[in-house]
Design a protein around this ligand. Sequence first.
Ligand code: EPU
Length: 461
Amino acid sequence: MDMFVIRGGTPLAGTVTINGAKNAALPIMAAALASSGPSVLQDVPDLVDVRTLCKLLSELGMNVNRDASGDLRLEVVDDRPHAADYELVRTMRASVCVLGPLLARRGRACISLPGGCNIGDRPIDLHLKGLAALGADIRVERGYVIAEAGRLRGARIYLGGPFGSTVTGTCNIMVAAALARGKTTIESAACEPEVVDLGNYLNNMGARISGLGTPFLEIDGVEELTGTTHRIVPDRIEAATLMIAAAVTNGDVELKNVRSQHLTAVLEKLSEIGVKIANVGENRLRITTSGELRAADCIALPYPGIPTDVQAQLMSLLACTPGISVITDKVFPDRFMHAAELARMGAMIRREGPSAIINGAGQLSGAAVMASDLRASAALVIAGLSAQGDSAIRRIYHLDRGYERLERKLRQLGAHIERVEDRADTFPHSLRLDQPQTAAELTGPHWSHPIANTTSQKRSA
Ligand code: EPU
């Protein structure tokens, strides 16, 4: 298992390019199952979730190849398989995206129910309700969803749930309805740019979907979807992660391949905190800070609100920004596993239901911490980059699911970050309790955080 060892305190500086979005690439790759021709997908990030889905799609009868230029070529060569096994689905919830395409094209899908995960309950009742409305016969047996249908037929579907719409649910229903007989309307559809990207991909293959980017979609079913060539929309979550990393280290970073129109809520919030963001060309943003950052309240909401996938990273930023901030997650109200790990670095965070109250310290202190999920890992990396001293971020396999070699990009920007195998002999010396450390070394010249002071007193006692 790998871990990151980070020496904090270096301002990030330089230019990096943002990849295509994981959360657009995955449903688009799955949607290729519903087409009858080959697709070429450009800018698909090379990350663990993409590789897992490639494996699943191969098992489902697709030829999947990445060519020398990095393009992903997908073509159905056998349309008989229809089952997605627990062993793959349990490692990646986005596997559920094959449900709609399989049902629409092959009339049958048998998908392991994904179960819960570290960011909270993740039911798929809305996916199933939508597919049932399109005429599918659905039952759950031995942990699997078994869905069967002749030709699906258009219907009126409401996709609102207790926490807003559903992103991958909208994707599943959109693909299924694209091949249904007649017209489907989806109300309370997810408006995320990744859903729009899938809609554009389907339309390029002959689908007739209108209203993309709004909560009201109209879909006129067609007989067949052909293949196409499609470039994946830039990853707004990777962009936000790097912006926050730049801000927390007082850096000066330029990001290429960013769609600022997909990040309005994040850019507004970062400006309120005191981060300077300038448009410096087409799809290019420059991130700098000047002077003190300010505490702020943030609410994660469905698009176009602040994404839940950026909530953890914002928490790291606010944990080292003096003042009281409140972060509320209205999409995944239990997504706070990172808070306890940030506390190991000296952050003062109190959880109150779907909110976390953060008493921002001036600076965090490096520590060994454990990543619990993808975005929590990114938050811990951000905290490590800003902290005083060394940090060891363990279980970064979570991070590898959704960021393509994040450490390379950060090193390109001057960060001191290494990927090493997590072993006793690679663990940073400075974090070992048996290493002689003076109180001055532990507290540092400008370190005045009460938790850290308590720790240093205990250690030197
Ligand atoms: N929900 C239901 N019923 C459903 C589906 C969802 O109640 O049938 C609830 C969920 O429990 C949650 C809310 O609705 O409270 C939103 O869930 P959604 O279905 O939109 O999430 P998802 O489609 O499973 C995608 C992303 C997540 C991202 C969420 C929210 C992909 C592959 N995953 O998940 O990304 O957090 O939308 O924006 O697109 C990540 O990249 O780290 C990640 C977790």
